[in-house]
Design a protein around this ligand. Structure first.
Ligand code: PLP
Length: 390
């Protein structure tokens, strides 16, 4: 393996061999580094000819020179990535900003961007000998694990809150996972998952408890840069729950700038959360270095209902390092924006996607988005997954 793991807390380095969880010394997530990899500009040009430097590949695997794959390794894939970047002229005019694009991740397999992280993590875990999986979820990660575990021929158990939208629960069952409903939030599901993992040896593939979901989410940033002709936007508004996408994009832009594939500063990263569960916003505003547990978390944007994110400190670093920010919007506001934008643009927005539009309005009013800014909004999942009507 030509990469290594570096602890996000104590910076200790470790060999990636075997099934890896968190840093044993501080219990914090590992980050992946690729000290020996070279990314000559010819490789960037080869991508444009649909010839991934590592051989023919589609979707997110086109970026395999930036991913933890062995030479010639075939990933566990359902065709994730290569999602549309849609320009929204009318919304740019209304917001009075330079340009606005929506990165529509709802077209991924299983209907959300969780596909990117789980395709990568399941690939690495199976490579290291995992025979079965377990995951705690606020919804979409459970659907994605169920599908990728099926694809890999491994059984999976999913712990989800009983309040998870019924359509999401139906999808988890459709892909054959063992589904357990928990009276509580994703943190309570996490405890149940760790207990099952200790008892049965099932690999716990929770957000940031293993090193590779971030690497899959990193392809969000790589793909955005390529779709913008290897330029970077000024600002990205991202609905943050566990934070893998935010942290992954931060890493992507660092690696692209190091390789000389893009120039200029990193986009400012803005996290949006619901006022019903906003630990990152609260920590950002108080100047704290890490998040504190949010009590009685509730939001209809289930992907944002993460009261104690393990990656809290990393999210805060990504936001501050890029001179971004964090903003909370009400459930009413995010739901209304999701409906409005779905009707106006024909994109099926999830509540989390709606939150990025609600945040854009707030950030523009506060002067954090400027009149010439090139802004990316995210629809992280499909709206139909949240609708239970028959
Ligand atoms: C999981 C999820 C999020 C939050 O993503 P993180 O990377 O965990 O911050 C946002 N939107 C949707 C639709 C999700 O499923």
């Amino acid at each position: 393996m030509d990469w290594l793991l570096e602890c996000s807390g104590c910076a200790q380095e470790s060999d990636p061999e075997g099934l890896r969880t968190v840093c044993p010394r501080c219990g914090l997530p590992w980050l992946v580094r690729y000290p020996g990899r070279q990314h000559p500009l010819e490789h960037r040009a080869a991508l444009a000819r649909e010839q991934s430097p590592g051989g023919p590949a589609h979707g997110m695997w086109r970026y395999r020179p930036f991913l933890p794959l062995l030479p010639d390794e075939t990933p566990v894939t359902l065709g994730e990535g290569n999602t549309p970047l849609l320009e929204l002229d009318r919304i740019a005019r209304e917001l009075d900003v330079g340009r606005v694009w929506l990165k529509d991740e709802s077209t991924n397999p299983t209907g959300s961007f969780k596909a990117r992280g789980l395709a990568m993590a399941v690939t690495r875990a199976v490579g290291a000998g995992a025979m079965s999986f377990v995951i705690p979820t606020a919804g979409n990660a459970g659907v994605a694990l169920a599908a990728y575990a099926a694809r890999a021929g491994r059984p999976a158990t999913v712990f989800a809150p009983a309040t998870t939208p019924r359509t999401i629960l139906a999808q988890i069952r459709t892909f054959g996972a063992e589904l357990s409903l928990i009276d509580g939030h994703i943190g309570d599901c996490g405890r149940a998952a760790r207990e099952l993992s200790a008892r049965t040896g099932a690999f716990d593939i929770s957000t940031l408890r293993e090193p590779y979901r971030i690497e899959g989410k990193k392809t969000l940033g790589l793909e955005l840069a390529e779709q913008l002709g290897w330029t970077l936007p000024d600002a990205i508004i991202y609905p943050a729950g566990g934070g893998t996408g935010l942290i992954g994009m931060w890493r992507a832009f660092l690696e692209l700038r190091e390789a000389g594939w893009v120039q200029g500063p990193s986009p400012r990263l803005y996290a949006v959360q619901s006022t019903g569960c906003a630990p990152v916003v609260r920590a950002f505003e108080s100047g704290a270095q890490s998040t504190e547990a949010w009590s009685e978390p509730w939001t209809v944007a289930s992907g944002l209902r993460v009261p104690t994110p393990l990656g809290g400190a990393l999210m805060l670093r990504a936001i501050r390092d890029t001179r971004g920010g964090a903003v909370a919007v009400t459930d009413q506001d995010l739901a209304q924006q999701a409906l409005l934008v779905s009707r106006r643009e024909g994109v099926d927005l999830s509540p989390e996607g709606g939150a990025t539009f609600a945040a854009a309005v707030r950030l523009r009013a506060a002067g954090q988005l400027g009149p010439n800014d090139r802004v990316i909004l995210f629809n992280t999942g499909a709206g139909w997954l949240y609708r239970d009507e028959q």
